[in-house]
Design a protein around this ligand. Structure first.
Ligand SMILES: Cc1cc2nc3c(=O)[nH]c(=O)nc-3n(C[C@H](O)[C@H](O)[C@H](O)COP(=O)(O)OP(=O)(O)OC[C@H]3O[C@@H](n4cnc5c(N)ncnc54)[C@H](O)[C@@H]3O)c2cc1C
Length: 501
């Protein structure tokens, strides 16, 4: 008999698991509280400008291709993706810039302008980073791993050593580079997962390798086209999708989930429940047994939420010739910046600011001669009861004046369209724990960089997908989380059918 799976939330992880399980003949229902699928991969339009309000950089697109192949489809029949070059333009406080490109001879030349000695280390560094990617692909990206023992069962001692597990990312970077600017540049990649380079394990250094050597990509028409593609596939697979429908509770029979209850009291029965809402908010919202939730909350203490963000969507009546599609405006002191965000829990006085302008690569995203600026500044996760209503305008001023100071002439006066997204919006709209952008932090001491396991420790048939769960955040890893959780369900069902458990 076909098993019924109910997935709470139609974010990327939920959709990925649904595609895979529907392809394997499960009867799948996605229940999504919002009015569209995609969760944090979202879009907003106004005055002729189109903005991706979430991800702007796509890496490892072959993971999406694999997902579509598992359902006997070709991703290229649904979307077209293109490589972005140059990859990233970075601006330093002293007015200098470094352009990052996948063209390594050019990249070496760009680094030589800052430090010849550091530039000569680039290949050694990328080799070090490539090993981390290679061994993650053999282990962490294949199945649920929650400890060093699990990792040891999949990697040789030599491979484990190459993962540099005892160092932080900053310590790894400093083995190769001496110049402050080049250290700041390569350290900053950890923030693509919302983690501090001073705490994240060194194996996050695979991110510069993934971007510089395996390329970064953009989905033509905007990143939301990816959600439309997955949504079309889900309809073709006859997955039942309930939008504008909020789950209130997981219905239990002892330690088994037997369905979910909606806000209106309706119950959807299920053999298996998957939550795309992160484990910490999910347990507290959906499980009505305080003994169970306090037990699990203790287990989850070692997985704090990542940074949140203040996002400005700006439609401007000019084109910034000095900017690229992806730009980073660094802080003067990364030590102080990370201390304020990660230790003091306050927004940095001088934050690093990301500015994405998809119109640079895709003219459909802004009216002719104008540009769509997606301005993201990372801020600490929300504290209980914290509100950005009163402080968003002051921080907006800090952000915009820094950008004007660093070369975006007449930015403020040329804004034609503006929309602000606060950490409270991210929390409210997607249920994100403390308004977290990237799930839970990778912290060498707190959690070794491992994410929350895909299977619940308190209910036998409750599973998780999404950026807080293994293997982590970002489009490729969250897609993998859906696949890894689906594989786990398939394996367990196979064992049960054979009478092994
Ligand atoms: C501003 C920003 C920039 C980013 N930049 C990048 C980038 O450049 N590259 C990259 O790869 N990644 C990036 N990311 C990260 C990436 O977007 C996320 O890792 C990924 O989309 C998260 O997917 P998820 O499966 O965890 O689900 P989420 O997106 O968190 O979705 C969860 C879903 O569950 C639904 N839900 C919650 N509670 C309930 C309930 N009670 N009932 C029903 N439904 C519910 C929510 O409405 C939501 O749709 C960025 C994210 C943000 C926010």
């Amino acid at each position: 008999m076909q098993k019924k799976v109910v997935i709470i939330g139609g974010g990327l992880g939920g959709m990925s698991a649904a595609i895979r399980l529907a392809a394997d003949n499960y009867v799948v229902t996605i229940i999504e509280k919002g009015d569209r699928l995609g969760g944090k991969i979202n879009t907003k339009k106004g005055k002729g400008f189109i903005f991706d309000t979430g991800p702007s950089i796509l890496t490892m697109p072959w993971i999406l291709e694999q997902l579509f192949q598992n359902a006997n489809r070709n991703l290229s029949d649904y979307i077209s993706i293109k490589r972005i070059e140059p990859q990233l333009k970075t601006f330093f406080a002293d007015g200098s810039t470094i352009q990052l490109t996948g063209n390594l001879p050019d990249l070496i030349r760009n680094l030589e302008a800052v430090s010849k000695e550091d530039a000569s280390e680039l290949f050694h560094y990328l080799h070090y980073c490539s090993k981390m990617y290679e061994y993650s692909s053999k282990s962490i990206y294949k199945k649920g791993i929650t400890s060093i023992q699990d990792l040891r069962s999949m990697l040789s001692v030599k491979e484990m050593l190459s993962m540099d597990l005892l160092r932080t990312m900053n310590q790894g970077t400093k083995k190769f580079f001496k110049h402050k600017k080049i250290q700041q540049l390569f350290n900053y990649y950890s923030m693509f997962t919302g983690s501090s380079p001073y705490h994240a394990p060194a194996y996050l250094s695979q991110l510069p390798y993934v971007q510089l050597c395996l390329s970064i990509y953009y989905v033509e028409g905007g990143m939301y086209k990816l959600v439309e593609a997955m949504s079309n596939l889900l309809h073709e697979q006859q997955v039942n999708i309930q939008l504008n429908t909020e789950v209130k509770q997981i219905v239990r029979d002892g330690h088994r989930a037997i369905g979910v209850k909606l806000e209106n009291g309706q119950v959807f029965e299920a053999d298996i429940v998957i939550s795309n809402l992160a484990p910490t908010p999910a347990y507290n919202k959906f499980i009505d047994d305080s003994t169970l939730t306090s037990q699990v909350n203790k287990e989850l203490e070692k997985y704090p939420a990542t940074v949140s963000g203040l996002i400005l969507l700006l439609g401007v009546n000019k084109s910034f010739a000095n900017l690229a599609h992806h730009n980073l405006f660094f802080s003067d002191s990364p030590e102080k910046e990370f201390q304020q965000i990660f230790h003091d829990g306050v927004p940095a006085d001088d934050p690093t600011i990301y500015v994405g302008i998809s119109a640079k690569s895709d003219s459909s995203q802004a009216p002719k001669g104008k540009e769509n600026l997606f301005v993201l500044t990372h801020v600490p996760p929300l504290k209980k009861g914290e509100s950005w209503i009163d402080k968003k305008n002051d921080y907006r001023k800090i952000i915009l004046s820094k950008l004007e100071r660093m070369g975006l002439d007449q930015l403020i006066e040329q804004i034609e369209y503006e929309h602000i997204i606060t950490p409270n919006d991210i929390q409210w709209q997607y249920g994100a724990n403390s308004g977290s952008i990237y799930g839970v932090v990778s912290d060498r001491k707190k959690n070794g960089g491992y994410k929350i396991p895909s299977k619940s420790t308190i209910l036998q048939n409750l599973y998780f997908v999404g950026s807080s769960t293994h293997p982590g955040s970002g489009i490729p890893l969250v897609t993998l989380s859906g696949q890894i959780t689906a594989n786990l369900i398939l394996e367990e069902d196979l064992k049960q059918n054979k009478g092994v458990v």
